[in-house]
Design a protein around this ligand. Structure first.
Ligand code: SAH
Ligand code: MG
Length: 197
């Protein structure tokens, strides 16, 4: 398992696959353990790095992860097979905004896909969150650029960072969820349903 993780880190590095930072996955794994999380939905599998680590925390975890890129999906399947966790992890090859879920709910939803779509992922998937469940979103700081979008020259990057800034505003002003922003790794947001909801 440790060898596979190292191998995936090298692959990600060589092929510019944006896998989660160590600190952040360590935080999430600790949360899974402490809260006895059993069902996880991940938006954005890439090569299966975070999925494999999250699913490895406890024996009885079930994880579904969604990926729309074919090369990454294939690589993800291969890695999950190698990890021996293929009975616990289900990989869906589709755009997460087009997936139709029915009759399922999750203790943890991890949003880590197209950063400009965070609001849409949140609005769609909050309906599949268990009562005491949480939604964690990665890359909330986006390499330290968030909060400085005005000074970015590249139009595309400025727009993307602007969307992450709007997502943060959306979470801060959300009537249904309370969100904590954690300055670990590339920044995580942790959203829980308010008591009254
Ligand atoms: N969670 C992974 C990293 C994911 S990188 C890890 O930490 O190991 C983000 C991935 O999301 C990319 O592979 C990209 O193809 C995928 N993605 C982006 N938008 C998506 C969408 N709408 N539906 C499904 N996958 C998406
Ligand atoms: Mg990420």
């Amino acid at each position: 398992m440790q060898d596979l993780i190292k191998e995936m880190e090298s692959y990600a590095n060589e092929n510019n696959v944006p896998i989660i930072q160590k600190e952040s996955i360590v935080y999430i794994m600790k949360y899974i353990k402490e809260h006895n999380i059993k069902s996880i939905l991940e938006i954005g599998s890439a090569i299966g790095y975070s999925a494999i680590l999250m699913a490895s925390v406890n024996e009885d975890i079930k994880l579904t992860t969604i990926e729309r890129d074919e090369t990454r999906y294939m690589e993800c399947l291969k890695n999950i097979k190698k990890s021996g966790l293929d009975k616990k992890i289900n990989v869906v090859y589709q755009d997460a905004l087009e997936v139709n879920l029915t009759g399922v709910s999750y203790d943890l939803i991890f949003i880590d896909a197209a950063k400009g779509q965070n609001n849409n992922f949140f609005e769609k998937y909050k309906n599949f969150l268990n009562k005491d469940g949480i939604i964690i979103t990665d890359n909330i700081n986006f390499h330290g650029l968030v909060g400085n979008s005005e000074t970015i020259e590249s139009k595309n990057l400025k727009e993307l960072v602007g969307k992450i800034e709007s997502y943060i505003e959306f979470l801060k002003e959300n009537d249904e969820f309370d969100t904590e922003f954690l300055d670990i790794g590339d920044g995580l947001s942790v959203s829980r349903r308010k008591e009254s909801n």
